[in-house]
Design a protein around this ligand. Structure first.
Ligand SMILES: [Zn+2]
Ligand SMILES: [Zn+2]
Length: 268
């Protein structure tokens, strides 16, 4: 009989397992999580390939990193999106796959360098593809985030896509997470990550019975919201995946007039 030894699994495998579990629990999110699983598998392969690549890996945020494999893998990623994504993304991927290598490269360059919120579906597809590259470069940069107090990602300058509450003593501390390079840094709990509002009465937090560990942190000053995954309430949660799975909370927040600070990689 084989020993039941715990096997070290990488972050993608962890996210994939969590997505598989949540897809069974939440039928409304099954489709989106099913798609995410295919994206995550591809991202894992891209990360592995780039990690071993002999290409130049100097960290540059002003131009697309010169990994020779990066541009070459984009059409294969587009095929995955075309096959597995919800209809709207599938069509975009189909059109992109037929476009010239030069326009594909332009899109990737633009998505890598633009730190503002993506506006068109093409950019979400490009950002999902580039995400493992951003994560790899950020982890290699050896960034020190202690003492960093801003709400913008200290590595890639994008707005945070989600928050996480991690146990600290008897309570919890809030960290923000960049949805692109996955940098995580501490950010004061009672401050809006969008506009810096500190008046607690203007910062309502909503939760739903369905997701007791997910907080919808709103701001009545700038009318934005961010979802935070509370690991003190559910230690099995994966911030990135649980954020994706709690789609009904996004619909709820948006119906109530709040705009998400930064959409997640699936454009929600
Ligand atoms: Zn970042
Ligand atoms: Zn605000």
């Amino acid at each position: 009989m084989p020993h039941n030894r715990p096997v070290a699994i990488n972050p993608w495998q962890q996210r994939i397992r969590r997505a598989e579990k949540l897809a069974i629990q939440h039928s409304f999110a099954a489709k989106i999580l099913g798609f995410y699983i295919h994206v995550a598998r591809f991202q894992q392969d891209v990360h592995r390939t780039l990690e071993r690549s002999g290409g130049k890996t100097e960290v540059s945020l002003s131009s697309l990193p010169k990994f020779p494999e990066l541009l070459h893998s984009f059409p294969a990623f587009l095929s995955v999106v075309e096959e597995k994504a919800p209809a709207q993304f599938a069509q975009i991927a189909r059109d992109l796959r037929k476009s010239s290598p030069a326009s594909q490269s332009d899109l990737l360059n633009h998505s890598w360098t633009a730190t503002t919120e993506p506006e068109v579906a093409e950019e979400f597809v490009a950002l999902a593809f580039l995400q493992p590259c951003a994560e790899l470069l950020r982890s290699r940069a050896g960034l020190q985030v202690n003492g960093y107090t801003h709400s913008i990602c200290p590595f890639c300058n994008r707005k945070a896509a989600l928050g996480v509450l991690r146990p600290l003593g008897d309570g919890a501390r809030r960290n923000l997470i960049c949805g692109f390079c996955l940098c995580e840094w501490e950010f004061r709990r009672i401050v809006c990550a969008g506009c810096g509002q500190e008046d607690q009465t203007k910062l309502p937090v909503y939760t739903a019975e369905q997701f007791p560990h997910i907080r919808v942190e709103c701001c009545d000053a700038c009318h934005t919201y961010i979802k935070s995954v509370d690991l003190t309430k559910n230690g099995l949660a994966d911030p990135l995946v649980d954020e994706l799975a709690s789609v009904p909370l996004d619909l709820w927040a948006q119906e109530h007039g709040y705009a998400k600070l930064r959409p997640n990689l699936l454009g929600m």
